[in-house]
Design a protein. Structure first.
Length: 307
């Protein structure tokens, strides 16, 4: 027994070592659990776990919905909107500047009005009155007055046709350049010329309304009672003045036009919306009013010098 005990101890240790090796081998073959420490799952548990995995995967791969882009106003909608809701319309123009629609529309309206004006106005009487009220008319010999009047009437007619074709785009281009420089110089605004031109194009829409109102007046009114053919709608005090009144006063009164003031207000709103951080509404209005007063006084001065 004593001699056999080491032998038995050796067999016992060998069996333990073999059992441990079997356990290690089994552990190496069993894959690690992924979702639950439960070793045996029922069919119901397997279904629930499978659904959870699918939901997690779909939630992780589904992209978040992108914010909807604000719908842009169409060209005709902008022309109408600038008259009734100018702030929101100019904000839309700031996002995507455009000027084709107002320029084309105003050019067509201006062309129609100027064609009617060239054909309906009594240009001979207007030219005669204009010549006789100027210092130059007093110096022309009597035998040359008729020729000067005829030339004046013909020149005014040609001017109407030319103004109808290129007047609107040239005026818009001139004002866009002036205001572009003024807002950069006095307001510190960083605007592109395209935005400046777009603001001016839409701000000129009230002037198109004035010309549109002039067409039925030219059709229905007697040419001899039209008055000044260049200021006959009656939207400013200068339309009710005669040719014998001082030229500088007539020019000053003509600048107080309802539609011009309307355009000045739209210009201030438009440039404010183009760069609201740099151009507050008060600063934008100050620049526009300053330019309006400057050109009004300049026109009155020129009229006084050449009268």
């Amino acid at each position: 027994m004593i001699h056999s005990s080491p032998y038995l101890l050796f067999l016992f240790c060998l069996q333990l070592l073999t059992f441990d090796c079997q356990l290690l081998f089994l552990r190496a073959r069993i894959p690690p659990l992924k979702y639950s420490p439960v070793f045996v799952r029922s069919p119901f548990q397997k279904t629930v776990l499978r659904n959870l995995v699918v939901e997690e995967s779909s939630m992780a791969t589904t992209p978040a919905p992108a914010p909807e882009a604000q719908a842009s106003i169409g060209p005709i909608g902008r022309v109408i909107g600038v008259l009734f809701s100018p702030k929101s319309t100019f904000e839309d123009i700031a996002r995507k500047p455009s000027w084709v629609a107002p320029i084309v529309l105003l050019t067509l309206i201006g062309l129609c009005m100027n064609v009617f004006l060239a054909r309906k106005a009594d240009w001979r009487s207007f030219s005669e009155e204009q010549l006789m009220s100027s210092p130059r008319g007093q110096q022309i010999p009597a035998d040359q007055k008729d020729l000067a009047i005829e030339r004046g009437a013909k020149g005014n007619q040609i001017f109407c046709y030319v103004r109808g074709v290129i007047g609107t785009p040239f005026l818009a281009l001139f004002l866009a350049l002036i205001y572009w420089g003024a807002y950069a110089l006095f307001g510190g605004a960083r605007l592109t010329f395209g935005k400046s031109f777009a603001v001016i194009a839409f701000a000129m829409v009230p002037g198109g309304i004035r010309e549109l109102l002039g067409i039925p007046i030219l059709i229905l009114k007697d040419p001899s009672t039209l008055g000044n053919p260049y200021n006959f709608v009656g939207s400013n005090p200068g339309a009710y003045m005669s040719m014998s009144d001082p030229k500088w006063l007539s020019a000053l009164a003509s600048s107080l036009d309802v539609f011009i003031i309307w355009s000045v207000v739209l210009t201030a709103i438009g440039f404010h919306c183009m760069d609201p951080k740099k151009l507050t509404m008060s600063k934008s209005a100050g620049i526009v009013v300053g330019m309006y007063v400057f050109f009004t006084l300049l026109g009155a001065t020129i009229a006084w010098v050449f009268s």
